[in-house]
Design a protein around this ligand. Sequence first.
Ligand SMILES: [Zn+2]
Length: 74
Amino acid sequence: MSERAQYSAEEQQRIREQWIAGTAPQCPYCSVTMNSRGIGGGSFGLGYARRRVWLLCPRCRRSAIFDAARATRN
Ligand SMILES: [Zn+2]
């Protein structure tokens, strides 16, 4: 499989929820733990700094990027 498939919006949302909940997100297709990588952003400890996280499935190579902010709770 060499296609660059993407997660649907719904799948990305599920992955994001797992990340926010503090659990290691798993690929909805492969059920393997995804690799996470921080992107840019300031230093740790700056509450207002926007961090983004890049989650990559090591098996199917799908990836998802989103804001890693955990502070908001509505
Ligand atoms: Zn996968």
